[in-house]
Design a binder for this molecule. Structure first.
Ligand SMILES: *Cc1c(COP(=O)(O)O)cnc(C)c1O
Length: 390
């Protein structure tokens, strides 16, 4: 039999009927500690000589299942999970970087990530070169100049730029650098960065993986050894995911393929529609032939994702006028959930940046980030048309 597809993996992997109860959905291991019948068997687990769990900050059967499922979707050997996406990113970087390390990254990373590279890690003596996201030649040259870690995010937030993972990972491999990719926007349904040469892939599971806007989480996947280094930092720092959250994430993952395929299709329809609208000056969506990185996206992505952004004629005043008129979109900071979510980057992902930094990242004040939910495409288009009518 051929390899099971992503939706089959989402539904079946790591799921077993519970022996004690015959429950199809395994019970949640909602506990802090694990008890042993004697000191010798407890000690064997503590020393890693036998399988088992000691304390939930270290590991828990329910979070284990979530990690294994995401790892299977990403084609990774192992995974480790976190309270939030930022906890995943910070803990990973903290585990892999040392004073004197050199990082090559890009300007268009998530707002919080950008601050890690421009403020937090430089203060600890890590050299971070934050490159223009559009300039692959310059990014590649900077990697080839020698570095320890390459940190990428694709498609980017909020302008949906696409980085060529195979090209940049090959350059990193030549200089022995570890490649870390934030795959939050694409999801493993659309892109699996490890297939293109990345070493670690991470997610804000608060977005598409959770998908329902009711939980926060993060996850990092990759080879056994690298993930173990990240895990070792996580268990000390205490940034691990709670099992109740992991159970909700496991439920969400079963519909990941369904949701993302729907969101891919609707986002493309909405993007094509907005591209012809007189009040819209620009649409950023990797699935459009007009997108500057459409060729790379077509090679690297199985679908173009549920996120798009568009610029309104009239700047921020137009954003303030149009957004409240939308009936089927929440004005909120999240993305990737079943409800359509809309917002200006100036109040969401890039609120920490100054006006000048936002402009430098190519984010015009009239830009609107639109995260497509699972509503009917025709309704979303009618809604946008009504809000955009003056
Ligand atoms: C939201 C987000 C993060 C941060 O995740 P949290 O779960 O909010 O901490 C990181 N990267 C991307 C691309 C995001 O969208």
């Amino acid at each position: 039999m051929s390899q099971p597809g992503p939706s089959t993996r989402s539904v079946h992997l790591t799921e077993q009927v519970d022996e004690a109860t015959r429950s199809v959905v395994p019970p949640i291991a909602a506990n802090s500690a694990f008890a042993y019948p004697d000191v010798a068997s407890w000690r064997a687990v503590a020393l890693g000589e036998a399988d088992g769990h000691i304390y939930a900050r270290n590991s828990n059967p329910t979070t284990d299942r979530f990690e294994a499922k995401v790892a299977a979707l990403e084609g990774a050997e192992a995974g480790t999970s976190f309270t939030t996406g930022m906890a995943a990113i910070f803990t990973t970087l903290h585990a892999l970087l040392r004073p004197g390390s050199r990082v090559v990254t890009v300007k268009d990373t998530y707002g919080g990530t950008y601050l890690l590279f421009t403020e937090v890690f430089p203060a600890w003596g890590v050299q971070c070169d934050v490159m223009d996201t559009d300039d692959h030649d310059a990014i590649e040259a900077e990697i080839r100049a020698g570095c320890d870690l390459v940190y990428l995010e694709t498609p980017t937030n909020p302008t949906c730029k696409v980085l060529d993972l195979a090209r940049l990972s090959a350059a990193a491999a030549d200089v022995g650098a570890t490649v870390v990719v934030d795959n939050t926007f694409a999801t493993p349904i659309n892109t699996r960065p490890l297939e293109h040469g990345a070493d670690l892939v991470l997610h804000s599971a608060s977005k598409f993986l959770g998908g329902h806007g009711d939980v926060l989480g993060g996850v990092v996947c990759g080879g056994e050894d690298l993930v173990h280094r990240v895990y070792a930092a996580r268990e000390i720092i205490g940034t691990g995911m709670d099992p109740q959250v992991a159970a909700l994430m496991l439920r969400s993952l079963k519909t990941l393929g369904l949701r993302v395929e729907r969101q891919n299709a609707t986002a493309l329809t909405v993007a094509e529609h907005l591209e012809g609208h007189p009040r819209v000056t620009r649409v950023n969506y990797p699935g459009l032939a007009s997108h500057p990185h459409h060729d790379v996206a077509a090679r690297q992505m199985d679908g173009f994702g549920g996120m798009l952004s568009f610029a309104l004629d009239g700047g921020f005043a137009a954003v303030e006028e149009v957004l409240p008129k939308l009936q089927y979109a929440y004005l909120a900071a999240n993305l990737g959930q079943v409800e359509t979510i809309v917002g200006p980057p100036a109040t969401t992902s890039h609120v920490e940046l100054t006006d000048a930094e936002r402009a430098g990242a190519g984010i015009p004040e009239g830009l609107v980030r639109y995260s497509v939910g699972v509503e009917d495409a025709a309704d979303l288009i009618d809604d946008l048309d009504a809000a955009l009518a003056t």
